[in-house]
Design a protein around this ligand. Structure first.
Ligand code: BES
Ligand code: MN
Ligand code: ZN
Length: 499
């Protein structure tokens, strides 16, 4: 997609359609709407009068007209955005995405977009571009016919009075972040026979080469030498060898505090059958997206490499397949993790925490003093929060609060659940240091988090349970159903805020 920015003359923009945000209760008599009303010979007033369109959030209307004079567009799209007072930069990406999807299905290849948002022009332009890019992602990669081929390939973003340099910067940032989200979504959507741990490592490597990240992969023999008995207990049951994917971003000039290192750690279970604690067959297909946390790390590292913040970032992905087999772990097996702790495996379906235990300990051993891990870890978080909020837990209040607040800025919901001694006690094992599950039906999401916490030593740490938010079962005006690329925008902000 190609993006350009303009800071005035919206109606003369060189595009097939003009898409403009309209607020609840507005009339066609004021400002930019009045100009468009004139252009369409009172068309906008007529739409308002018809009462089909009131500017309510999600409402849309399309007016077609014959272009004349300096006007090149042949249609105006009105995008309802609800009450003006509630309209934020974070709403711009959904508005731009909704316009893109609406117009492309009606065969428009280009449009000019006026978000009408107050605030930082860079952030607004970024949200507009990101929303347009992510809106065009589709699940049809493996279809040989009936593909959704129609696409918008040019968007002109109009922000009144914005500096050209800010527009350009914001649009390029938005494109990078949007493309990185789509990169993650493509990985999450890949079938598990294609995206094995080895293939996940190969894709990460190819990306790393393209954007200039340092890349390393630890194979099973290396992991054995490092004592990663917890992670390796999960891959034992699979024909596919586990891979620990390590991506390193080093800034040209480090403006952070000396010795600081932020690590992003992801669960990359390329397919989760549950292992010997086998999952029921119905719905098991969904478990191809159990590598979404890992895919999020890879996509975020891609964005970081291209945006070039001035602090170093480490990305660690544990890529493993969880299968039942003669060699698979049994419930009641005891294994030893890299940090020396012994684990009684009571349920082989609680495998995400087993691989994250070693991945998180590895990140800290590499020097990380701040760690954010992300994982489709528990079904319980879906019951608690649905698809609206990612569950967040951690050992550092400041880090957790910062992620929640940056999430709000980016239109991504995070909701904190508590940790504490009382919960940690519930994973004490009778025969080993800890066990990998807590009491049945009790605080399942927290049990996952307190388990991972056992493998964090001194680092500040936050855990994101994205099981409910990494995949969306319904199509939205601005987004196809399927993988969402959740948390990437917020994590990019976290990195940039730490510069
Ligand atoms: N990958 C699943 C969690 C999951 C479930 C993600 C549904 C998305 C949708 C995870 O490995 C798992 O199986 N968790 C178990 C833990 C239990 C055995 C303690 C769960 O949530 O049931
Ligand atoms: Mn599982
Ligand atoms: Zn899993």
């Amino acid at each position: 997609m190609e993006f350009t920015g303009i800071s005035g003359n919206f109606s003369h923009a060189s595009a097939e359609a003009l898409a403009v945000v309209v607020f609840d209760g507005e009339n066609a008599g004021s400002g930019s709407l009045a100009e468009l009303d004139k252009l369409t010979g009172g068309g906008i007033s007529a739409v308002f009068k018809s009462e089909d369109f009131k500017g309510e959030k999600g409402q849309t209307a399309l007016l077609r007209f014959s272009p004349s004079g300096k006007v090149k567009a042949r249609a105006i799209m009105l995008l309802g955005a609800g009450k003006r007072a509630n309209y934020r930069v974070s709403d711009v990406s959904a508005a731009s995405g909704a316009a893109t999807r609406y117009l492309r299905t009606r065969s428009f290849k280009s449009f000019a977009f006026m978000p009408r948002c107050e605030g930082n022009a860079i952030a607004i332009a970024q949200a507009a571009a990101q929303g347009a890019v992510t809106s065009q992602f589709e699940l049809d990669k493996y279809k040989t016919k009936d593909k959704k081929n129609k696409s918008v390939n040019k968007v002109i973003v109009c922000i009144d009075g914005a500096k050209p340099a800010d527009l350009k910067n914001g649009l390029s940032r938005g494109q990078i972040i949007g493309d990185s989200m789509n990169f993650t979504r493509d990985l999450a959507n890949e079938p598990p026979n294609v995206l094995t741990p080895t293939e996940m490592a190969n894709r990460a490597q190819r990306m790393a080469k393209e954007v200039g990240l340092k890349y390393e992969v630890l194979d099973e023999s290396k992991m054995t030498k490092m004592g990663m008995g917890s992670l390796l207990s999960v891959s034992k049951g699979s024909e596919q060898p586990a891979k620990l994917i390590v991506l390193r971003y080093t800034p040209a000039k480090n403006t952070g505090k000396k010795g600081d290192l932020l690590a992003l750690v992801g669960k990359g279970i390329t397919f989760d059958t549950g292992g010997i604690s086998l999952k029921p067959g119905e719905g098991m297909d969904a478990m191809k997206y159990d590598m979404s946390g890992g895919a999020t790390v890879i996509g975020t590292m891609r964005a970081i490499a291209m945006l070039k913040p001035t602090i170093p970032v480490l990305g660690v992905v544990a890529a493993v397949e969880n299968m039942p087999d003669g060699k698979a772990s049994r419930p009641s097996d005891v294994v030893t993790a890299m940090n020396g702790k012994t684990i009684e495996i009571l349920n082989t379906d609680a495998e995400g925490r087993l691989i994250l235990a070693d991945a998180v300990a590895y990140a800290e051993k590499q020097g990380a003093n701040r760690i954010v891990d992300m994982a489709t870890l528990t079904g319980a978080v879906i019951i608690a929060l649905g698809d609206q909020n990612t569950g967040i837990m951690g050992n550092d209040d400041e880090l957790v609060k910062e992620i929640i607040s940056l999430g709000k800025e980016n239109g991504e919901g995070f909701w904190e659940l508590p940790l504490g001694e009382g919960y940690s006690k519930q994973i004490k094992s009778d025969i080993a240091d800890i066990k990998n599950i807590g009491p049945r039906g009790k605080a399942g999401t927290i049990m996952g988090a307190v388990f991972i916490q056992e493998f964090v030593d001194k680092a500040k740490w936050a855990h994101l349970d994205i099981a409910g938010t990494a995949w969306c079962d319904t199509v939205k005006p601005h987004q196809a159903k399927g993988p969402t690329g959740v948390a990437i925008r917020t994590l990019v902000s976290l990195v940039e805020k730490s510069q």
